[in-house]
Structure formats: structure tokens, C-alpha cells
Write a protein that binds this ligand. Structure first.
Ligand SMILES: Nc1ncnc2c1ncn2[C@@H]1O[C@H](COP(=O)(O)OP(=O)(O)OP(=O)(O)O)[C@@H](O)[C@H]1O
Ligand SMILES: [Mg+2]
Length: 339
């Protein structure tokens, strides 16, 4: 087993009360300094996985290694080294925001003066200055969330586990939080394991993503690799008015599945738009058609999610226009296959 990653999961299984197989043989390897996103529908097994990795829950079988330590053998040491922010609230309401931070720092053996200065910095960073000396039970939901994030970071963990950290935060709160995580990672090389239901957030913030469904990993890769797997980029190439027909130049290019000409524009379906753009431009140039514009449309992570789990991310919201379009495409494909 490879133990060099900051977080290594090998065939992790969790069966609750001998019945619910919440996590069903999950393996992955997160490199030091990486931000690894763990996505999946409700009940997929995300929180259960985070709990096993962070020494909160014993796996039924399989192994977890965090920061080079076997979690089942050194649970206390693992807990000291990592930061964890769970879905549910963990801050103590009968302490002020500042006290919550100073107490947390103390439990990790950070000196009082250092704890005070870290608390100050985090209070400013999380925009809690005005509320810092109020009991945290008087905080709004978003403020409490920001405080919890600060508490999870006060001991500057090498590995940070975040279970839906930005749930309920407004856009500023989310941006502020991620900005801070990015800064910390740059300064300290911190590794981050994060579950989230915000796919746009996962797309921009995560180096790599795994999608879990019914306790099993169904897809893994960088956001771009996952989108490539859908094989569905659309590149629209516009050539100068009156340029020769480029259909037969574009059709044989690597990764192209179809070319539709509409006047001086070509709608090209291909595996990777990014890869196609330079060769399409060069092909047109050689064929005597100047390219005047190019638009690349990548599938979003929502479509990746739909493809691999067969479900939309937020089922209660109903399908979006894009989701409907993807579904229609599939239905059409299936019908064509039957004819
Ligand atoms: N303590 C428990 N006892 C029994 N079953 C549990 C327990 N905790 C979780 N489960 C079940 O295990 C499965 C996975 O739950 P888990 O909380 O890990 O999902 P999740 O991916 O975090 O979901 P969500 O997106 O809703 O947070 C679910 O079927 C859940 O009902
Ligand atoms: Mg959960």
C-alpha cells in the first residue's frame, strides 16, 4: 500500500449496525498540498468517509493513512494533526467567538500569546470583528459557520477535512473562506479534503475530484478530465465571409465526432475543445480560410455529476435547462440506438 500521500484510503468499508453499507470499498490517494473534492448525492457516504479518515469513526474494514499515520493505530495523534469542520455545528454557544478560538488553540497546545494572536487574525479574516466578544449562540447561521471554519484552522493543520464547509454561507462568505484556504495552502502546503454540494465551487477550487454514489467511487480526476470523459465539448469556429468550405478539413481532426456547417460557422463536437482549438485554427489557415472567432463550450460539472450518478445534484430544485437538454439528448440517443 502506498503511504506517501497526505491522505490514503484503501478499500474503506463502513457498515452501520450490520445493515447499511454506507461506504463500500473506497480507495484514493490525495497528494500533499492538494485540494481534493468529494462529491455525491445525499446519503452517498461522504460524511461517513470523512469521519473514518479523521479518526471519528472506525471503519468496518480497509485502511486509512493520514499524514503518514495509520489512523486506526494512532487516532489521537491524527486528531491533533488535522483540522476537521463537520456539517453540524460544533462551536460552543456559551463562549464568545474569541474564546472559542482561544480555547481551541489551547487544546492543541498552542501557547496563550500565540493563540491570542492567531484568534485575532482569524477573526479579522472571517469578518467577525464586530461580533468577536459576543456569545456565539447569538450569531447568525452564517456567522457561526465562519467561526467554525476559524476554529478548524486555528492550529494550522497540515491536513484539513471540510464537510460541506460553505453550506449556508452567502457569496462573500464563500469567497472569503476559499480565499483564506488558498492562502493557507500556499503558505503552509496544507492538504484539503472537502465535500460540497456546490459544483461550481468544486470546479474552481479543487485540483482533483472523486464522485461517490451508493458508497462507491464512480468517477475520479481533475475537473477537466471528468469533463473530457463526457466527450461533449462543442467548438464553434467562425471563418471570414466567403471563405472556402472547411467541413472536410475539420472533420478528420483528432477527437472530432461531428461537424455542422452553418454559413461561415462550423459547430464541431469533440472530445476536448482545448486541444482542438489550435489544430482547427491551423487547419483552416492551411485550407485558406481565416478564422475570425472561436467559442469553446465545455460541459459543466453538473453534467458530469448527472452522467455518473444519474441524478441531478439538487433534486428538490428540479432539472435546470441544461439538465433537461442533456436528458433529452440521452433519450434521443437511446431511441436512435433502438431503431
Ligand atoms: N449512524 C448511522 N447509523 C446508521 N446509518 C447511518 C448512520 N450515519 C449515516 N448512515 C447512513 O449511511 C449512508 C451514508 O450517510 P452519509 O451521512 O455518509 O451520507 P452523505 O454523503 O454525507 O450525505 P449528505 O449529502 O446528505 O450529507 C446513508 O444511507 C445514511 O442514512
Ligand atoms: Mg454528509
Amino acid at each position: 500500500m502506498q503511504t506517501t500521500g497526505a491522505i490514503v484510503a484503501e478499500d474503506l468499508v463502513k457498515v452501520y449496525k450490520g445493515k447499511v453499507r454506507a461506504v463500500d470499498g473506497v480507495s484514493f490517494n490525495v497528494a500533499p498540498g492538494e485540494i481534493f473534492g468529494f462529491l455525491g448525492p445525499n446519503g452517498a457516504g461522504k460524511t461517513t468517509t470523512v469521519s473514518m479518515l479523521s479518526a471519528g469513526l472506525r471503519p468496518t474494514s480497509g485502511r486509512a493513512v493520514v499524514g503518514g499515520l495509520e489512523v486506526s493505530q494512532h487516532p489521537e495523534e491524527v486528531k491533533r494533526r488535522i483540522g476537521v469542520i463537520f456539517q453540524e455545528s460544533t462551536a460552543d454557544g456559551d463562549l464568545t467567538g474569541r474564546e472559542n478560538l482561544e480555547v481551541a488553540a489551547g487544546t492543541y497546545g498552542v501557547s496563550r500569546s500565540e493563540g491570542r494572536s492567531r484568534a485575532n487574525a482569524l477573526i479579522a479574516e472571517m469578518h467577525l470583528t464586530d461580533a468577536a466578544d459576543r456569545y456565539s449562540k447569538t450569531y447568525s447561521g452564517g456567522m457561526r459557520r465562519r467561526l467554525e471554519l476559524a476554529v478548524g484552522l486555528v492550529h494550522r493543520p497540515k491536513v484539513l477535512f471540510l464537510d460541506e464547509p460553505t453550506l449556508g454561507l452567502d457569496p462573500q462568505g464563500r469567497a472569503g473562506f476559499w480565499g483564506f484556504v488558498q492562502t493557507l495552502r500556499k503558505e503552509t502546503g496544507m492538504t484539503v479534503f472537502v465535500t460540497t454540494h456546490y459544483l461550481d465551487e468544486a470546479d474552481t477550487m479543487c485540483d482533483r475530484i472523486a464522485i461517490i454514489d451508493h458508497g462507491k467511487i464512480v468517477a475520479e480526476g481533475t475537473p477537466n478530465e471528468l469533463k473530457d470523459k463526457l466527450g461533449g465539448d462543442v467548438v464553434t469556429v467562425k471563418t471570414a465571409a466567403g471563405a472556402p468550405d472547411m467541413t472536410e478539413v475539420l472533420r478528420p481532426l483528432a477527437g472530432v465526432s461531428s461537424v455542422q456547417r452553418q454559413g461561415d460557422s462550423y459547430r464541431i463536437k469533440c472530445t476536448s475543445g482545448e486541444t482542438l482549438v489550435p489544430i482547427a485554427v491551423e487547419g483552416c489557415y492551411r485550407g485558406g480560410a481565416a478564422v475570425t472567432g472561436i467559442v469553446v463550450k465545455r460541459p459543466s460539472l453538473d453534467e458530469v455529476f448527472l452522467e455518473f450518478t444519474g441524478r441531478e445534484y439538487r433534486e428538490e430544485e428540479g432539472p435546470t435547462a441544461t439538465d433537461r437538454a442533456v436528458m433529452m439528448q440521452r433519450v434521443r440517443g437511446a431511441l436512435q440506438g433502438r431503431r
